[in-house]
Design a protein around this ligand. Sequence first.
Ligand code: SF4
Length: 376
Amino acid sequence: MQNAVRLTEPTPIYSSSNDHWDPIISLREHGRHVLTSVEMTMSNLCNMRCEHCAVGDTLVMSEPAKLPLDQMLRRLDEVEHLKTISITGGEPTFSSRTVKEYIIPLLKYARSRGLSSQINSNITLDYSRYEEIAPYLDVMHISFNYTNSDDFHEIGFAKSGHPVPKETAARMYERMIDNARRLSDGGLFVSAESMINYRTYNKMPEIHKLILEMGCKRHEVHPMYPSAFAADLPVITPAQMRDAVNDLLDSRDPSVWMLFGTLPFYYCNEDAEDRKLLQRLASERLVTVRNDPDGRNRLNVNLFTGDVFVTDFSDVPAFGNIGTDKLDELFGRWLAHPLARSVDCHCPAAACCGPNLLVKDMYYRDVDFGTRQAML
Ligand code: SF4
């Protein structure tokens, strides 16, 4: 590993007590859900084919032209309460042209408007690509579900359609770890996300340790739900999920921020074990539970078509296009949609504003959340 070079000043505005992506903050501030976050799908190219990839069925070998950046910026300008932008893919940095012509100008726009920014990347490409972005970026979000390069090989190329040699995967794994360390040492906020699934649920403490060794400032944990591309993967039970979270809390480093999201447990659940876990999470130092942003304070824009979605991986079809519609108006239209209404509940005392759509579909299909109340 090379010596650390200061890439960016650590962002002072972003901390566990001020998570700009959590919709509960804007809900408290405005008394209703407002659009504060826009995610842009910037690439359908990727050098990996992960088993769990939420957008795996959209990945291609070559992709069409994107909409002019100016068109996107004009639509962002109109969003009255915008606080954050997120850039996602594929691997958004796969093409260096996209980095120069779209990603860096967008990040500079965010800085000039005082917005927080995030990129979702696998950081397995050459370090120089990330070094270019780092001075303008607030959160580099990576996936990390591995205990060694063999896990990375099995998971990261499960859907590649042709055999990828172990040695190739091992080199990429080392580069990813080296890049994460260098970016962290240079002052960038690297947040590593692990998914609780059939492979990882009994390995979370080991994964956590490796994430800390890379110098990440945050460990983000989400259960994995079967989206279209990953629909055939085995599902673990809620009890196994609870055990995985408890194991992690028992073994974690309490000086590092842990963010849990899209958990399938709510304070209105009859099962006392669910509520006990939520109480434990609420009482732990530097542990936060983020409400689901998708469709609550965030929309997704596909930069190739201009189509607007509730998330980049849901089966819900596009409900507008930035070619003809303002994002705030589309957000209002989404809130009136029966699907949005089906998860639109709010229990202020529990700091909860309802389940994620995939979670509702998987575990609570017949539940009317509008009739439930948190039991505290
Ligand atoms: S906001 Fe909805 S999901 Fe959360 S505790 Fe209340 S009723 Fe349950």
